[in-house]
Each structure stands twice: as C-alpha cells, then as structure tokens.
Write a protein that binds this ligand. Structure first.
Ligand code: GLN
Length: 243
C-alpha cells in the first residue's frame, strides 16, 4: 500500500512539473509584496491585481513564464539588484535614489502618497503633520519623505495593516500610504478618512537590474504596446472604479 501511495505522489509531482515548464520558456521572476491592493493581493492561492495582470501580459508578449515571488516590500529592490528576481513590480515608485541601484521602465501609472487619519482628526492637510506621530511602512516612499516633516515622530511598521491598526487604536496620528491601497484600507475601516490634499505625487514603474538592459528594452517595448492598445487602462479600470 505504501508503495502505491508513493507512486501516486510521484505521478502528481511529475504532472505539476510538466504544467510549470509546459512551454519550455524561460521564467520571468517578479518580486512583489502581495499586501498592496489593488496592485497586488492574495486571492485564494493566487496573487492578483493590477501589477500581476500587467506583468502577465508582458511575460506573454516576450515569451517568458511569469513566476511571482511574494516578499517584504523592502526586499523587492534588493531582489532585482542581486538577480534573485528579474523584475520588481510592487506599486514601485520611481525615485532618484532608487535609480542608483536599479533601472526603471517607463512609468505605467501615476500615483500619490496620501494621509490617512481617524475621521474628525485635527490633521486636515499635509502641513498639519508637523509634530505628529506618523506611521509608515518601512522602505516605502512614505517612509522616505516622512523624514522631512518637522518635529514628527515616525513609527516604521513592516506592514501597512499594522500601521492602520495602530491608527485605529489611537497610538499614532496618521498613516502615509499610497492612494489606492489607502482607499481600500479606509473602505474597510469606517472610522478612517483620507485627506484630500496629496502628500506627494509619484509614478510607478517596473524595476529591472542594471545589468539587464536587454530585458529593460523588451519591457519598455511591451509596455508601449499595452499602453497604446488601451490594455493597461483596461486593467487599471477593472480594479479602480472611477469616483
Ligand atoms: N509606492 C511606494 C514605494 O514605492 C509603496 C509601495 C509598496 O508598499 N508596495 O515606496
């Protein structure tokens, strides 16, 4: 009986192996942090979202097999830098500092950092953050730019939801986070509001290792086709409903 089971298991392993390398194509490993809705989030045992769908279309276009690796956000850049991943797609904002370490594709969408507060908070604009206790996720642009706020105390969390929890519990005064995830967080937590005036305006792009110019060119060519054909907008509009 034991033998039959192991033969059976071996059969399953073989089948799943075949399914993975079906086309025999080279993998395109994407580093992300799948806790950033609507760009990347887990549904069942799959990672879905705007970035995951755009990445899939790019992989199809350049004839590679997309493999998504979920990790902490602050590991995503290092992953492409060290070659552990081919691309970083994580609602990743283009910054001059990051350009020292990785290359960015052309941008595929505009984005912003916004301020989330408890409804009725005295913080009503970015200027009101002075001297306040502000939660951020480690390594994000929210974290980087919050450092410029005068007299503020910055609480750095490894996950946004921990920052949001701290805000709900009144431990901190505000959370700085990207606009679309902020909308998702504020939607599920009725006592949270987003301040209208944006903290920063940014653009998201795909991160690629500096030694990987050929891939960068391929990605930019694909991205251009997907933008021109309206595919990128279609994916974005599927996940982000117009107000
Ligand atoms: N856009 C922000 C950044 O690039 C946050 C991204 C994220 O947390 N996934 O730093």
């Amino acid at each position: 009986m034991k033998k039959i089971i192991s033969v059976f298991l071996a059969g399953i392993a073989l089948v799943s192996l075949c399914a993975c390398s079906g086309s025999g194509s080279k993998k395109l490993v994407m580093a992300t942090n799948a806790a950033f809705p609507p760009y990347e989030m887990v549904e069942g045992n799959k990672i879905i979202g705007i970035d995951a769908e755009i990445a899939q279309l790019i992989a199809d276009d350049i004839g590679r097999e997309l493999v998504i690796e979920d990790m902490a956000f602050d590991s995503v850049i290092a992953a492409v830098q060290t070659g552990k991943a081919d691309i970083a797609m994580a609602g990743l904002t283009i910054t001059e500092d990051r350009k020292q370490n990785i290359d960015f594709s052309d941008p595929y969408t505009e984005a912003a950092q916004v301020i989330v507060v408890k409804t009725g908070s005295e913080v009503a604009s970015p200027d009101d953050l002075e001297g306040k206790i502000i939660g951020v996720q480690i390594g994000t642009t929210g974290d980087i730019y919050a450092a410029d706020i005068a007299n503020a105390t910055i609480e750095r969390y490894s996950k946004y939801f921990e920052a949001i929890n701290a805000l709900e519990q009144g431990k901190i005064d505000a959370v700085i986070v990207d606009r679309e995830p902020a909308k998702v967080f504020a939607d599920v937590n009725e006592d949270l509001s987003i301040i209208d005036e944006e903290f920063t305006v940014e653009e998201y792009a795909i991160g690629v290792g500096k030694e990987n110019k050929e891939l960068l060119d391929q990605i930019n060519a694909s991205l251009k086709k997907l933008k021109d054909s309206g595919k990128v907008d279609e994916i974005i509009n599927k996940y982000i409903k117009a107000e």
